[in-house]
Design a protein around this ligand. Structure first.
Ligand SMILES: NC(=[NH2+])NCCC[C@H](N)C(=O)O
Length: 418
């Protein structure tokens, strides 16, 4: 095995060197319309189509950078008996299913890894389970392919998220085990778990955390990341004694397509960002607050006249490309299908959904070339000849899970932006 990777992220756009993915499996279909909402989906998905679309996304990334798969990483750490016992114990206790512990422990690493992700069916061998409406003892992790959310690389550390919904919490337990025990990474971990002074209102998810510049973090505050969650992060950064500006952007609660900041705002290159105008640019009730910390103290905390103006005042003026183009109707439609959710593999080099055609036109107006994923995968187009481009992947089922290219990546390491 090669040298372990030391995670490092200090921007949203620096050339990507390593990323963690999860190819969707049976867990995305293990639900009915009746529990799609609890699963945090907007619809039930069709696995073969999901997998075809995901294959494009994954193949593009495999071609351009080093990728890791959650299931492989998990299988690998489960080879270690002690790690296996501790992890199964922690999960069964947390999920209150200690009765299936021995069953799980009797499985080999690969089978166990699948079960921990895809779920374990309820045995109908007692009156209670026989009459139960549930199908699963251990619920499937429907949202694990959105690897962005459960853990976050912040500079040299890995932050283990505190999810707002219980259905996603096991993802964080698994990611923590991976970062603690995988020989592939060498890192320190920040975790809100087992901190008695943190209340139940503390939650923070990766989709809300954007590192805009070495000294600027933009954090969404909405249904998935609470003010207490942000204060937890700020307290951690205070301990590091660095000077950082934390720009907090408040988000609407509804509809569910606004769950994370990265659904309405992403960074594209040094001078450009993608915005959903009604939330980020128009007059509205969603405020922007700037906190500057230096030398372990909050130096300043103040309300700001909007996200873009605040960034400009911090010396980071950005041209905003409108998600959905210039028509409000199209903006709403394309934001709903993760039209603002771009993943940058390098400054000006993006991946996004092909379906959001008005968004792509707006990018073309800014000099971006649109390249279909298939052409990159089969080598008919070499991206090296383009300075600014967006590689488009098919997305008719994937966005119904509630996210796009940025949500489906957990970057571990990027080069610094010069
Ligand atoms: N970074 C993101 N925007 N992630 C989207 C996650 C969508 C997922 N269905 C959820 O509700 O949790």
């Amino acid at each position: 095995m090669s040298q372990p990777i030391e995670p490092y992220i200090s921007s949203e756009i620096g050339e990507i060197e390593a990323v963690i993915l999860h190819t969707p499996g049976q867990e995305v279909e293990n639900m009915t319309p009746g529990n799609a909402e609890r699963a945090l989906y907007s619809d039930i998905l069709n696995l073969p189509v999901v997998q075809e679309e995901y294959q494009q996304f994954k193949s593009v990334l495999e071609k351009l950078t080093t990728t890791f798969q959650v299931k492989d990483l998990l299988t690998e750490i489960l080879e270690n008996q002690e790690v296996k016992t501790t992890l199964v114990d922690r999960i069964c206790t947390f999920e209150r299913v200690t009765e299936i512990k021995n069953d799980l422990l009797s499985q080999g690493p690969a089978e166990l890894a699948s079960h921990l992700i895809e779920g374990v069916a309820l045995k109908r061998d007692t009156l209670t389970t026989f009459l139960s409406d549930e199908r699963y003892a251990l619920k499937p992790l429907h949202n694990f392919f959105f690897t962005r959310d459960a853990s976050v690389t912040i500079y040299n550390d890995i932050l283990i998220s505190k999810m707002a919904n219980r259905v996603r919490e096991r993802e964080t337990i698994i990611m923590e085990a991976i970062f603690r025990h995988s020989p592939r990474f060498k890192t320190s971990i920040i975790t809100p778990m087992n901190k008695p002074d943190l209340g139940a209102e503390t939650f923070i998810e990766g989709g809300d955390i954007l590192i805009a510049r070495e000294d600027i973090l933009i954090v969404g505050n909405g249904v998935r990341t609470s003010t207490q969650g942000i204060d937890f992060l700020v307290n951690h950064l205070k301990k590091q004694k660095r000077r950082v500006h934390i720009v907090v952007q408040q988000l609407p609660d509804k509809p569910e397509s606004f769950i994370h900041l990265d659904m309405v705002f992403t960074l594209l290159d040094k001078e450009t960002c993608m915005v959903y105008e009604p939330v980020i640019k128009h007059e509205n009730n969603y405020g922007t607050i700037l906190m500057t910390i230096d030398n372990g103290k909050v130096e300043n905390i103040s309300r700001q006249p909007g996200l873009l103006k605040c960034l400009e005042a911090l010396g980071m003026p950005l041209k905003a490309v409108p998600c959905g183009g210039h028509d409000l109707w199209q903006q709403e439609r394309e934001q709903w299908h993760s039209g603002a959710n771009f993943f940058a593999i390098a400054p000006g080099k993006l991946i996004g959904y092909a379906r959001n055609v008005h968004t792509l036109e707006a990018l073309q107006e800014e000099g971006y070339s649109v390249i279909e994923a298939e052409n990159v995968i089969n080598g008919t187009i070499s991206v090296d000849q383009y300075k600014k481009f967006v590689i488009t992947i098919e997305g008719s089922e994937l966005p119904r899970g509630g996210g796009g290219a940025r949500c489906m990546t957990m970057p571990v390491r990027r080069k610094k932006v010069m």
